[in-house]
Design a protein around this ligand. Structure first.
Ligand code: SF4
Length: 67
């Protein structure tokens, strides 16, 4: 089975707890983390990343945060 890829053909390599450990691209992870930090508005990311009430806390404490 081939590795999952994003819409640009890049490998999706990070398991994100905000979306039930789904594989996401590392650039999505970076952008979501800037939203969790309050640096970027939520409108810049898909809604599914901030459905959990404490999404910022989950993201900032995630082992993938700024890897
Ligand atoms: S750092 Fe944030 S966006 Fe990246 S995998 Fe963890 S929870 Fe998801």
């Amino acid at each position: 089975m081939s590795e999952p890829k994003d819409r640009f053909g890049n490998p999706m390599t990070i398991r994100c707890p905000l979306v039930d450990d789904e594989l996401i691209p590392d650039d999505d992870c970076f952008l979501v983390s800037t939203v969790a930090e309050g640096m970027t508005p939520k409108i810049c990311i898909e809604k599914r990343f901030y459905q959990k009430e404490n999404f910022s806390e989950i993201c900032l404490n995630c082992p993938n945060y700024r890897i």
